[in-house]
Each structure stands twice: as structure tokens, then as C-alpha cells.
Design a protein around this ligand. Structure first.
Ligand SMILES: C[S@@+](CC[C@H](N)C(=O)[O-])C[C@H]1O[C@@H](n2cnc3c(N)ncnc32)[C@H](O)[C@@H]1O
Length: 278
């Protein structure tokens, strides 16, 4: 067990819940991806009892992970030599995916979460499959200077990933974040992000989740009803994939909280975008 502070509160706690979903997926014989480090990271915290809706979302998190795995691998193959995971949480893509030679992968997250994760990875003697750079920094501070100081080159194309973060920031902070990363995005850059619409937040099935998140000081602060238009305003050509499309792609049942037949207009958006204005 690591001596670093365990991420049991705040938004960092949600990183553990996502890692639990990946560990569970890793154990399946028909898994959509391998993530052998996920269970070690979760074990070091202690498994978290999730709400019913959280259990229902397990399959969604697995589909989401595979979706952004494929997105990042395609971006790297297309020439993005830099990968930046904003709010990386307990993501282990630097270790578990195959990267082209010379790929630099930056992980940004809050200092306490990073300290915990690095302690576990060191104890496992985990070896990254790329040049991995870890940045313990708050995205509300000057993260761009920290990134550039750590070796990031704004003139090189970058694959950005903002997975499981935007809903925890308010609309203004999301606008700022997208503007900031846009300024660092050379031609050929790509962006993956996830968000949810207001109808999703209003789902009766989600109310227990919101109550639990509130108890841990990890409430959602924004929704997004038109991700393509929002991305376009920030200079990105975006396309959306929904979880039911992904489920069909991978021969999985549609996760109940993302099944239009059960949730009407409620949507989690999985978005891929390329730079349109440079
Ligand atoms: C739901 S988790 C998602 C983690 C990861 N992207 C994944 O999908 O597994 C949200 C992450 O955002 C991080 N986070 C929240 N606020 C942040 C901030 N202001 N700056 C940096 N990271 C932040 C948390 O520490 C946590 O790891």
C-alpha cells in the first residue's frame, strides 16, 4: 500500500471509479482492451461501492475507454507525435497501448492524485511504452507554461484528450480550457472529449449518483447540448459518436443509461475533432 494520500474525495475519487470499470473490463475474456495496472491502482485505494447507476455505467466506461484508445492511436499514427491527457486520472494508456517511436505523452492532473498514482506505478515497476511526462498541475492555474516547460512543442501536432473532466468544470472554465489548448494546437492536431447534455443530468436514474457525488464534493457543474457547435466556435471540426453506436460496433449490449429507447434525449457525447482554423 502506498503512503501517498489516497484519492478518496473530490473529483479525484471519480478517477478511481473509472479505473474500477477498466479493471473489471480487463478481467473479461472478451475484453475491449487490456489494462493490467488498473486493478493495482484501485487496490491501493480500496474498491469503492458505487450507486446502481454507476454499476449500469460500467459498460459505458469500457466503451468510452476503447473509443478514446482507438481515437488516440489513430491520431498518433496520423502524425501526432505529442499526446496530452488533461485530467488523466488513473489512465494507463502510456503503458498499455503501443505508440510510434518518438511519441511523447503528457499526463496532467492534480498534485495529490499524481503523487498517489506515481507511487503505485513505481511499486509495480511499470514501464511506459512511450516518453511519458507527468505534470502535477491544476488546470485552473497556468498549466500551459508547465506543459511547455516540460518539453511540449506547440509547433508539433498534438492529440489532446479531455475525458471525464468537462462536466466537473463550469461552462466558463470549459470555454477557457478549449481556447487555451487551441492556442497550443499546431495544424494536424486532434481533440477527443466527452460531455453530457442537460437531459442526462435530469434523468431520474441519475439522481442517486448526483447525491453521492455531492457528498464527496464532486458535483457536475456544466452540461453541453450541442458539442459540434461548441467545438466549431473554438476552431475544431467535430463529430459525435454515441454509446449505442459503439455498443453495436463492439457487439455489446447498449448500456442502459445511454440507450435512447430507455433515456429519450439524454446523451453522453463522445467527440472527436480536428483543427479547422489553421
Ligand atoms: C472522472 S476523472 C477522469 C480521469 C481520466 N480522464 C479517466 O477517464 O479515467 C476526473 C479527473 O479530473 C481530475 N481533475 C479535476 N479537476 C482538475 C483540475 N482542476 N486540474 C487537473 N485535474 C483535475 C481529477 O483529479 C480526476 O483525475
Amino acid at each position: 500500500m502506498t503512503t501517498a494520500t489516497r484519492p478518496t474525495t473530490g473529483v479525484s475519487r471519480t478517477a478511481v471509479i473509472i479505473a474500477q470499470a477498466r479493471a473489471t473490463e480487463d478481467a473479461r475474456p472478451d475484453r475491449l482492451f487490456a489494462d493490467p495496472l488498473a486493478a493495482h491502482l484501485v487496490d491501493a485505494v480500496g474498491w469503492i461501492q458505487v450507486a446502481d447507476a454507476g454499476r449500469m455505467n460500467q459498460e459505458y466506461f469500457a466503451l468510452r475507454t476503447r473509443f478514446f484508445d482507438d481515437h488516440l492511436q489513430a491520431a498518433a499514427a496520423a502524425g501526432c507525435t505529442q499526446v496530452v491527457l488533461l485530467a488523466a486520472g488513473l489512465d494507463t494508456r502510456a503503458f498499455r497501448l503501443t505508440w510510434p517511436d518518438g511519441t511523447q505523452l503528457f499526463e496532467v492532473d492534480l498534485p495529490a492524485l499524481v503523487a498517489f498514482k506515481e507511487a503505485v506505478l513505481r511499486a509495480r515497476r511499470a514501464t511506459p511504452a512511450c516518453d511519458r511526462v507527468v505534470l502535477p498541475v491544476d488546470l485552473r492555474d497556468d498549466w500551459r507554461s508547465a506543459l511547455v516547460d516540460a518539453g511540449f512543442d506547440p509547433e508539433q501536432p498534438t492529440a489532446w484528450l479531455v475525458e471525464g473532466l468537462l462536466m466537473y468544470l463550469d461552462t466558463g472554465a470549459n470555454d477557457t480550457l478549449l481556447a487555451e489548448l487551441g492556442e497550443l494546437s499546431a495544424p494536424g492536431s486532434s481533440l477527443g472529449f466527452e460531455h453530457a447534455n442537460q437531459a442526462y443530468v435530469d434523468l431520474p436514474q441519475m439522481q442517486e449518483v448526483w447525491r453521492r457525488l455531492e457528498r464527496f464534493n464532486a458535483t457536475w457543474s456544466s452540461t453541453l447540448d450541442d458539442p459540434v457547435a461548441w467545438a466549431a466556435r473554438h476552431g475544431w471540426d467535430a463529430q459525435v459518436t454515441t454509446a449505442d453506436e459503439l455498443a453495436e460496433r463492439h457487439g455489446r449490449p447498449v448500456p442502459p443509461l445511454t440507450d435512447p429507447a430507455l433515456v429519450g434525449d439524454a446523451r453522453m457525447w463522445l467527440v472527436e475533432a480536428t483543427r479547422s482554423d489553421r
